[in-house]
Design a protein around this ligand. Structure first.
Ligand SMILES: Cc1ncc(COP(=O)(O)O)c(C=O)c1O
Length: 486
């Protein structure tokens, strides 16, 4: 029996997702044409060829100008933007209850919440340790208004939220003050799906809830009639690859009034005077959409959502769950000849409440950590795209490796003023800890051959020492791998 047949026997649901193989052949043929294995869907989704084609046809067949004016080209463009807005609200079932604000990306949406939330000294900001840096950054807006940030810890090794501690923090708020609780629906580090019932629980205790749905919505349905966060953020390229440069903040209408914009700009005011130094902010989403929107890109959001609807999010979810389950089982079974495990997995080792993001590190037969950047380099040579580092989620990374404040200070002490991440991670390595990891994630166009190729690649490291595999660092500015000392 081939590995594929064994996989099918163990994951019979996979057979129900055969339409995705046809889809891959028709819409994502570039993957196989270039022999590429794409395993970075949590970094960015892939677009179907027809999305780009339909968008290009729309742009080349119409005269479209800057929206919000009375000219024919402007009226047409306004219609397209508003259709896309309606499509977003319909997709998430938020019509009537939510306002959709277009932003540059999820980070732009998070910044809007951070700068507009009415933090006050009696209020609180509660973040989960598992959060993207663009959520962590909100603490700086809170700090500026004298509000301290509390982090809810994770449990090891699953990296789930410690619910008892969280409940204690949630109960500790003054419901009469403005309190903000922010968490990701799905971790971009470990793939953990955090319980969405925390939204209603926190709200009942006097919190506004900000749900970071960026890593969740590419493979899961979010129904805003069922789960009703005050704020939801996402980036559309993560859902369907194209367009980049458009994200969204969905705000519950009842919570919109609580936000206070700290400035105004072009497009956000109904009235402004230079002489009188007064302005009147536009109502609804217009008051939050600074300057000129990415108006030509926004209609591609409606095209992408239609594509996702046609493919079916449930089918995608079924497929990536099967692939992830197989991948995890195979990775954990990898052993050196001396029976030591080759891989350390961060996060759940099963499919209970987790998505298609798998984070790991390789270890050699002596138990020494293999440089994750070197793994990325070697994977690249085989046409495999994966992601390494801390994925802008320092809290989950620190918890996964049990890195404490002392470790961080020790690591920083070793590098002094010079910011050299290689030295920093070597210092942590001396303490048996890692400052980064390897992330593999599947999505809409993934198939068994992709994960099988990754496993064949992973198996190569059997019995190899960390020294022979080598260490590298990546210079982000030149986009080049630089060897230690060179
Ligand atoms: C969970 C999560 N939140 C927020 C972001 C930020 O998204 P963007 O870089 O598109 O603003 C990301 C991106 O990786 C993410 O995975």
């Amino acid at each position: 029996m081939t590995a594929y047949h064994q996989f099918l026997a163990a994951h019979p649901d996979y057979a129900t997702t055969g339409a995705l193989d046809d889809l891959r052949a028709a819409e994502y043929a570039r993957l196989d044409a270039h022999g590429q294995v794409y395993l970075d869907y949590t970094g960015g989704g892939l677009h179907a060829a027809s999305q780009v084609h339909e968008h290009a046809q729309m742009l080349s067949g119409q005269v479209l100008g800057n929206p919000h004016s009375a000219s024919p080209s402007s009226i047409k463009m306004t219609q397209h933007v508003e259709q896309a807005r309606a499509a977003v609200l319909a997709y998430f079932n938020g019509g009537g209850e939510y306002t959709a604000i277009f932003t540059l990306n999820a980070s732009g949406a998070l910044k809007l919440v951070g700068e507009s939330f009415p933090f006050e000294t009696r209020g609180k900001l509660l973040l989960t340790a598992d959060n993207h840096n663009s959520v962590n950054g909100i603490r700086e807006f809170a700090r500026a208004k004298g509000v301290t940030t509390t982090y809810a810890p994770l449990t090891r090794p699953e990296l789930r939220l410690d619910q008892a501690t969280l409940d204690g923090f949630l109960s500790d708020a003054d419901p009469a003050a403005a309190n903000l609780f922010a968490f990701p629906a799905q971790s971009n580090f470990s793939g953990v799906k955090h319980p969405l019932d925390m939204v209603a629980r926190a709200q009942s205790k006097g919190w506004h809830v900000l749900l970071d749905a960026a890593a969740f919505v590419p493979t899961n349905r979010l129904d805003l009639r069922v789960i009703t966060p005050d704020f939801v953020v996402m980036s559309f390229y993560k859902m369907f690859g194209y367009p980049t440069g458009v994200g969204c903040l969905l705000v519950r209408n009842a919570s919109l009034a609580a936000l206070r914009r700290p400035w105004f700009g072009g497009g956000t005011v109904n009235f402004a005077t230079a002489q009188g130094q007064m302005h009147v902010l536009s109502r609804g989403e217009a008051g939050f959409e600074d300057g000129t929107l990415n108006y030509l890109g926004i209609p591609a959001v409606a095209i992408g959502l239609r594509h996702l609807e046609n493919v079916g999010i449930h089918t995608i979810q079924t497929r990536v769950n099967c692939l992830t389950d197989w991948l995890i089982t195979q990775l954990l079974a990898l052993r050196h000849s001396n029976d030591r495990p080759m891989v350390r997995l961060y996060g759940p080792a099963n499919m209970v409440q987790r998505g298609a993001t798998v984070t790991l590190n390789f270890y050699d037969p002596h138990g020494h950590l293999v440089d994750y950047r070197r793994i990325e380099e070697l994977a690249g040579e085989e046409g495999i795209s994966l992601r390494t580092g801390c994925f802008c989620n320092p809290g989950a990374g620190e918890m996964s490796e049990d890195l404490n404040e002392d470790d961080m200070r020790f690591g920083i002490g070793q590098i002094g003023a010079e910011i050299n991440l290689l030295r920093f991670s070597q210092a942590l390595q001396a303490r048996g800890k890692s400052a980064g990891a390897i992330r593999v994630s599947t999505g809409i166009a993934s198939n068994f051959a992709d994960v099988e190729r990754f496993m064949a690649f992973a198996a190569r490291f059997k019995d190899q020492t960390a020294l022979t595999i080598g260490a590298v660092t990546f210079d982000i500015e030149s986009c080049r791998v630089v060897r230690d000392g060179g």
